[in-house]
Structures are given as structure tokens and as C-alpha cells.
Design a binder for this molecule. Structure first.
Ligand code: MIC
Ligand code: SF4
Length: 642
């Protein structure tokens, strides 16, 4: 029987488990990436596992998130990552070189290979035909050490594209359309494989915009075939040797097929505060805009920036609007400068930010109070911009520029232009001087790892007993994101390697009294609704609750990466067998989880809440059970498992 692309890459990398959807598959990982906000923790974990030189084909440490250095903390972490990378065989992408996913696409991604990264948007590399996953830092550390990456074998949705995008309708609108169709939880348990005749019309950077936002669907990954477009892109990056063709077999099977006619799409916009809250841009015509941001790993390619520059050329932005432009990489920025397009951007009144995540993670450029911010980014969760009452909308670069010019939400097709003439260059400007190689194995022993005073001890996982008696310290609703659990932003991110300090901000968006209450309770249980933990890969959303004494999270359902991070931290993620039980629980209840030992084998544990006895599902793979019993992946690995 024929195979789809996902099955082909999985089959070529399977080192254990099974390819049956729903069962655990162990994959050999060819490449890893980290970024600085999760990387410090990942390398501390790597060191504490006693691992030596990475065993991957390529591992890269990027500095792109914590680039505002308003104190010593971020600079110290950067220095730590640079030194630890040098010692252990990891390439180091210096601050200023760009956003991890953009640089990885340009310089390192290889079709047909596997990649895991300590960032949820790692599947961006699927635009090049890589099978790439976002993962917690611990999983990345294990993979760097040569260990397998374990996934629940996903089902595969094929999105069959036909037609071609019309002028001013973009890859971003394709991302928003699929979010409109599937919602922020519709991709859970699936890889999205993009195919059909329409695929041929999309360049690699456009494909990467689409695979990037697969993270917002909750998908395990997203992937495109590797074809002529891929070859052209790699050739222009001076990497034609990395090209391999990759296509599904004609008789490949899919679990679901969704058809999208590219020619029928129009400009779309995601409204506050969820990426799937999608309507047409024209339906919001006239809404006043305070701020516009162009950039992020979704829309910061040279193609995006050239389009923005072409639209801004000869125009000035509205007086009430503040426009920021953050190119995705040094390559993009230098090519903008060399071509003169940067002058067009600056002449319009835009503010140029460095090649980094910046406003996307609240690292500066927060909107004004109650401000309306239009962003070409991928997430618009409440409070993420750094301004609690800001209203953030997600759009394409074309819609962003049109709105910056008029000062109100504007469909770019109404600007009176026929189209924008922009194409990819025959040859990108190649300068890898900002990527520093690791020390040779012979020199590695001499490299000193430099630690700053902000680096504190890792929280210790505790082995699970047979029962847990604890208070329900927090009850939450559906779609709780990791930005709710462990907020980010310029003020909090510098403490990513200082869990005690970071814990003061846990659940700050929902209930700022939680940290104190959890500490006072000693040990506690959290209850959530559906899709608990969606969004980022930050393992801090598990490590901080662990530090605060959380032993179990009971929810209607979990997002994939967060559930894995909870297990890795030794916290039990459990689901209600009867959703009505969720309604019967209230904050402050005394709860008793019983029969954990037997439940790990049978798949059911019991929760006693007053008079009511509830059944909770506790279905884990044998490996996950062993990790939970050991009190987390760190302990499990130290016991000698790989
Ligand atoms: C995000 O976009 O939320 C982040 C910041 O890139 C996170 C990683 C982190 O929290 O450091 C992600 O997507 O995984
Ligand atoms: Fe950076 Fe934003 Fe992309 Fe996360 S989503 S990697 S913060 S640009």
C-alpha cells in the first residue's frame, strides 16, 4: 500500500514502537534546535544528565527571544548558552542573526530529515519537507544525547490545495482559513500534510508561513512535499546538495481530506484573543488601529518584507499608528538594505526592530492601554503582548501595511493597486559568520562553561506514591494556554533559569494569588477544561507548577506538548472519563487521588471529592509510566535509560 509523506519519514526514522496511529513511536532525530528562552533550561538539563557531545547530525542554539538586556540576566544566559554549546558540539547562532525558525529554514533545514526544537513553532521547517516537532527542553536534551523522541503516532490530514492565490491574498490567509475550519484544537493528534496542484504555486517561505501556524491548530506537525520549489529555494541558499525530492505515493491513505481552493480565498483576520477567531478583513473595515507589527517567525521572510516595502514605498503611515518592522534574519535585513527596500520602509515612518521575536513575545513594543494592535504573528492570546487590555489581531503583511497606511483595518485590495511584483532572488546573500562552530572534540575539555548568578537549581521531581491527598488550588476553563500558566514578556522572561523567582508569576493572567495559595497548600491539584496547555512548548509551564507542589492536573483534554512536559516533570496529567464530573468540582475542594499504582497499569485512577467518586483516565505508554514512577524524565534518564 502506498505511503504518505509522514509515513515515509517516520518509517525511515523509526527506532522503536509502532506506526499505528495512537500508539507510541520512537524516532531517531537528525537535528535539534533551541532558542534562549527555553535553551538555558534545556542545556542545564543536558548537563545534569551527564551527557557529553551531541550525537545528532546538526544541533543549533539560537538567541532570539530574550534580546532586551535590561539587566544582567539575559546577557548571562546568552553567555552560558554560547559556552555550553561550544563545549558540547552545538552550533551557536548569535543574537542579531535572526529568529530560530527563519534562520533554520534558510541555512540548515533538510528535506526528509527529522528535527525537534524547544519551541512550538519548530514545524516551520515542514515548509522544506522536514518532519519537525516542537518539544520540551528535556526531550530536546535527550535527543541531543542520541536518545529517541517519542510521539503518539499521529493520524494524517491531507489538505488538498487547488487554484492559486489572487493578488493580496497570501499564505497567511491560508493559515487563518485552516484555523477557521479546524479551530485551535482541531489539529490535536494529527499531522497536516499539504498537497494538491495548488502546492506548486507556493514558494518555500510561503509554505513555511503555513506550517508555522499548524502549531496554532494543536497539530503534531505540518509538512509540504519537497519539489521544484524546494530545490529552487535550496539552490538560492547555496545548498542544492541538501535537496531530495519527497512526495506521497499516488495511492497514499489519509484519515481526513480537506479541500481548499486558493483562488476562492480572501484576506482574513483573527480577532482577540484566539488565533481561530477568524473573520474576513473586509467585515472589520473602519476599525481604528493604534499599532501594527510586521515580523515574527510566521511572516518575516525576505518575500514578506519585500512585499511590505513595495506597499509602503512612497507612502507614509497614518499619524495615529505606530508601525514596527522586524526582519526574520540578518540575511533578510542585509538584502533589504542592499536592495534599497529598507529605505522605503524607513521613509514610511516605520520603526525598525532587531532581527528577533521582539513584540511577538512581549519583548518590548507593547501596545498602549486598550490599544488595537494588528500583527503578522501567530498568537494573540490575552496579555501576551505585555498590555493586559490590548486587543491583538493577526493578519498578513499586506493587510498590516494597508491598515498602517489608512489607520484603520483595511482590506489591501482596496488600496487601488493591481498587484505587488515581488519574487524570490536567484541567490540569497550568504554569510554564516554569525553562526559560531563548536569546539573540536579535542579542544572541548578546555572550554569553560560560564554561569551567571541568575541560574538557580532545577526543581526536583518526586516519585509518585499510590495516592495523593491535596487541595484543588485552581479551577480553570477551556483553552488555557501556556501563556496563562507561565506568562512570558520582557519582565518575566529573564527568570527562565530561576524557577523560584519565575514561580511568583505563575497563572498571573488568571489569578495572581495562585503561587502563594499553592505554596501554603504544600501539594495541590489543578483542574482545567478542554485543550489545557495549548500554545508554546515552554516546559516552565510544568516545572514551575512542580516547584509549587502541583502533583496532578485533571482536564477534559490536553495539548500534546504540554501533556508530555507534565509527564517529563513527574506531574500526572489525567482526563475526566465523565465530563460532568468537571462541573462537580470547585476550587478549594479537598481531593484524594487513589489507586495510582494499579491505575498506571489499568488506565483508570479514582478521584474522591467529598461523597463523589470519579473515574479518571490515566493512559500512558510503558515508558511514560516508568518516567512518572521515577518522578520525571531527568530522574529516569539519570537511572540510565535513554
Ligand atoms: C512562543 O511563541 O510562545 C514561544 C515564546 O516561542 C514559546 C517558547 C517559549 O516559551 O520560550 C513556544 O512557542 O514554544
Ligand atoms: Fe518567537 Fe513569536 Fe515565533 Fe515564538 S511565535 S518563536 S516568540 S517569533
Amino acid at each position: 500500500m502506498g505511503r504518505n509523506i509522514v509515513e515515509k519519514i517516520v518509517a525511515a526514522h523509526l527506532v522503536g514502537g509502532s506506526m499505528v496511529p495512537g500508539e507510541e513511536a520512537a524516532l531517531r532525530i537528525d537535528q535539534t534546535l533551541t532558542q534562549d528562552a527555553t535553551g538555558t533550561m534545556a542545556y542545564l538539563e543536558f548537563e545534569s544528565m551527564g551527557l557529553d557531545r551531541v550525537k545528532t547530525e546538526r544541533s543549533v542554539a539560537y538567541i532570539d527571544h530574550n534580546t532586551l538586556q535590561s539587566g544582567f540576566e539575559n546577557a548571562d544566559d546568552h553567555r552560558y548558552i554560547q559556552s555550553v554549546a561550544k563545549k558540547h558540539g552545538i552550533w551557536f547562532s548569535r543574537p542579531g542573526n535572526g529568529i530560530c525558525h527563519q534562520v533554520h529554514l534558510e541555512r540548515f533545514g533538510v528535506p526528509g530529515k527529522t528535527l525537534i526544537g524547544s519551541d512550538s513553532h519548530t514545524p516551520t521547517a515542514g515548509g522544506l519537507g522536514m518532519l519537525a516537532f516542537g518539544a520540551g527542553g528535556l526531550d530536546v536534551a535527550v535527543a541531543m544525547g542520541g536518545g529517541a523522541y517519542y510521539i503518539t503516532m499521529p493520524k494524517v490530514i491531507k489538505v488538498e490545495l487547488s487554484g492559486a492565490l489572487r493578488p493580496f491574498v497570501t499564505a497567511k490567509d491560508v493559515s487563518l482559513e485552516i484555523l477557521r475550519i479546524l479551530s485551535v484544537k482541531g489539529g490535536v493528534g494529527y499531522v497536516i500534510e499539504w498537497g494538491g496542484e495548488g502546492v506548486k504555486t507556493l514558494s518555500v517561505p510561503e509554505r513555511a508561513t503555513i506550517t508555522n501556524m499548524g502549531a496554532e491548530l494543536g497539530a503534531t506537525s505540518s509538512i509540504f512535499p519537497s519539489d521544484e520549489q524546494t530545490r529552487k529555494f535550496l539552490q538560492a541558499q547555496g545548498r542544492e546538495g541538501d535537496f531530495v525530492p519527497l512526495a506521497s505515493d499516488p495511492d497514499a491513505k489519509y484519515d481526513r481530506v480537506i479541500e481548499i481552493d486558493l483562488s476562492a480565498l480572501e484576506p482574513l483576520i483573527a480577532c482577540p484573543h484566539m488565533p481561530d477567531n477568524v473573520v474576513t478583513v473586509s467585515s472589520l473595515k473602519g476599525t481604528k488601529v493604534d499599532q501594527v507589527c510586521i515580523g515574527s517567525c510566521t511572516n518575516s521572510s525576505l518575500l514578506d518584507m519585500l512585499k511590505a516595502a513595495a506597499l509602503l514605498k512612497g507612502r507614509t503611515i497614518a499619524p495615529g499608528v505606530s508601525l514596527s518592522v522586524s526582519p526574520g534574519s540578518k540575511q533578510v535585513l542585509t538584502m533589504l538594505a542592499d536592495s534599497g527596500a529598507l529605505s522605503d520602509i524607513l521613509a514610511s515612518g516605520a520603526r525598525l526592530l532587531e532581527c528577533a521575536c521582539g513584540p511577538c513575545i512581549g519583548m518590548g513594543f507593547s501596545p498602549n492601554s486598550g490599544g488595537v494592535s494588528l500583527r503578522t504573528f501567530n498568537r494573540n492570546f490575552l496579555g501576551r503582548s505585555g498590555t493586559a487590555d490590548a486587543r491583538v489581531y493577526l493578519v498578513s503583511p499586506e493587510t498590516a501595511v494597508a491598515s498602517a497606511i489608512t489607520g484603520e483595518i483595511t482590506d489591501p485590495r482596496t488600496l487601488g493597486l493591481d498587484k505587488i511584483e515581488v519574487s524570490l532572488p536567484e541567490r540569497f546573500k550568504i554569510d554564516d559568520s554569525a553562526v559560531l562552530p563548536p569546539a573540536s572534540p579535542e579542544e572541548a575539555a578546555e572550554v569553560e562553561v560560564l554561569r551567571g548568578p541568575n541560574i538557580k537549581e532545577l526543581p526536583q521531581g518526586r516519585a509518585l506514591g499510590d495516592s495523593v491527598s491535596a487541595e484543588l488550588t485552581l479551577k480553570l476553563g477551556d483553552n488555557i494556554t501556556t501563556d496563562h500558566i507561565m506568562p512570558a514578556g520582557a519582565k518575566i522572561l529573564p527568570y527562565r533559569s530561576n524557577i523560584p523567582k519565575l514561580s511568583e508569576f505563575c497563572f498571573g493572567v488568571c489569578d495572581s494569588s495562585f503561587p502563594e495559595r499553592a505554596k501554603a497548600a504544600g501539594q495541590s491539584i489543578i483542574v482545567g477544561g478542554a485543550n489545557y496547555g495549548q500554545g508554546s512548548s515552554r516546559e516552565h509551564a510544568a516545572l514551575v507548577p512542580l516547584y509549587l507542589g502541583v502533583r496532578a492536573v485533571i482536564a477534559k483534554s490536553f495539548a500534546r506538548i504540554h501533556a508530555a512536559n507534565l509527564v517529563n516533570a513527574g506531574i500526572l496529567p489525567l482526563t475526566f472519563k465523565d465530563p460532568a464530573d468537571y462541573d462537580a468540582l470547585k476550587q478549594g475542594d479537598r481531593l484524594a487521588l487513589c489507586g495510582i499504582d494499579a491505575g498506571l497499569e489499568s488506565g483508570t485512577v479514582y478521584l474522591q471529592a467529598g461523597e463523589r467518586r470519579m473515574e479518571l483516565s490515566c493512559a500512558f505508554s510503558p515508558r511514560q509510566r516508568a518516567i512518572l514512577r521515577a518522578g520525571g524524565l531527568l530522574n529516569y534518564t539519570k537511572e540510565g535509560h535513554r
